[in-house]
Design a protein around this ligand. Structure first.
Ligand code: PLP
Length: 374
């Protein structure tokens, strides 16, 4: 197999080997349906229960507040639609212009059904403030949904402050924490959020599995109707192996979080040390309060898309925006919304590093960018 330098960990990550080993028995031997009463299914039932407990423990939630889903997209859809479809007494949903399309397109879907949505514009660093929310929130607001960390520029939002304000107006608060879970420490009680979305493949877990944290005191409609799985809130036979793998991956991420953050910071510093020696004209996008592994930069007069394809030919995987957007040649909505200057905006790339990357790889990435742009 061709050896790649993989620097697109915000798109997806390599599967944790412990997670893989933990999944194997549930793919091969322990295939019982967890809803069946016979003893063959006892092990799968117990595995789901234990995974739920582990995940809840990682976020300071209660096990009954964790609902397994197929990933971040489903969790986001559920939070937006499940809240709005629950009752029609309060209408307004407030979100931001820089959310992932799982939120933005869920919001346009409910708008088509007559539920109004307001989109907050962030600062040029991609930050949403208490003041921004204060200007539009009212007693009519039903839901505020603001992402914990942005997938393109890595900016971390002041979730606790925004959540307190939402609660003062009786609104629910959801955060899309898909990029943050496993990468920064999260305590749902301390943040005060009512709902939180997560996806395993962003923290070295398997693809196609995630969860929605839902505070036990809130009430939204189920997303899938059918059997009584997930306390009758999300029907469908459980993806046991992936649920188990997700719990192991998250636990491992948490156990190594300090070390992983340090590695990402070291790699990032090296990246900029090398880049600054190259003499290339670039700007850094996003705020200083950001995820450790995400580097979003724009090169003056360059084409991010060309850069991506030329780097690909050299065996280097990076991205121009979010993973779901790379087929489009137009500017990313995040870059547009944060007013990146015109002469830089088209030359934007995202490099996302984690503990699997090395200093040597970072040096090769910068050398290659430099070679292409010069
Ligand atoms: N939300 C954010 C912030 C993301 O970065 C992503 C994936 O890139 C998603 C939601 C969607 O998650 P999934 O790929 O698990 O559907």
């Amino acid at each position: 197999m061709k050896k790649y330098i993989y620097a697109d960990n915000a798109a997806t990550t390599k599967l944790d080997i412990d997670a893989f080993e933990a999944m194997k028995p549930y793919l091969l031997d322990e295939y019982g349906n967890a809803s069946q009463p016979y003893s063959f299914s006892r092990k799968t039932k117990t595995a789901i229960k234990e995974a739920r407990e582990i995940i809840a423990g990682c976020l300071n939630a209660k096990p009954e507040e964790i609902f397994f889903t197929s990933g971040g997209t489903e969790s986001d859809n559920w939070a937006i639609k499940g809240t709005n479809f629950n009752s029609i007494d309060k209408h307004l949903t407030i979100t931001s212009e820089i959310e992932h399309h799982a939120i933005l397109n869920s919001c346009s879907a409910i708008e088509k059904l007559g539920f109004p949505v307001v989109y907050l514009k962030p600062s040029k660093e991609g930050v949403l403030t208490y003041k921004d929310l204060e200007q539009v929130i009212s007693e009519k607001t039903k839901l505020v949904s603001i992402m914990l960390a942005n997938n393109e520029i890595g900016t971390i939002q002041p979730i606790k402050e925004l959540c307190d304000l939402a609660h003062r107006y009786g609104a629910l608060f959801h955060t899309d924490a898909v990029q943050a879970v496993g990468h920064v420490s999260i305590d749902v009680e301390e943040l005060g959020v009512d709902m939180l979305s997560a996806s395993a493949h962003k923290f070295n877990g398997p693809k196609g599995i995630g969860f929605l944290y839902m505070n036990k005191d809130i009430n939204i409609t189920p997303y899938f109707h059918g059997g009584s799985q997930e306390n009758k809130m999300r029907a469908g036979t459980e993806n046991v192996a992936s649920i188990v793998g997700m719990a192991v991956a998250l636990q491992n991420k948490l156990n190594n979080m300090e070390h992983n953050i340090q590695v990402a910071e070291t790699l990032r510093n090296k990246f900029f040390e090398e880049l600054n020696q190259s003499g290339l004209d670039y700007i850094i996008n996003g705020s200083s309060d950001r995820l450790p592994g995400i580097i979003n930069i724009s090169f003056k007069g360059a084409s991010g898309e060309t850069l991506l394809h030329r780097l690909d030919l050299m065996g280097i995987c990076i991205s121009t925006g979010s993973a779901c957007n790379t087929n489009f040649t137009e500017l990313s909505h995040v870059i547009k919304s944060t007013n990146v200057p015109n002469d830089y905006a088209k030359g934007t790339i995202r490099i996302s590093l984690n503990e699997y990357n090395t200093i040597e790889e970072v040096k090769t990435i910068v050398e290659s960018i430099s070679k292409i742009l010069k």
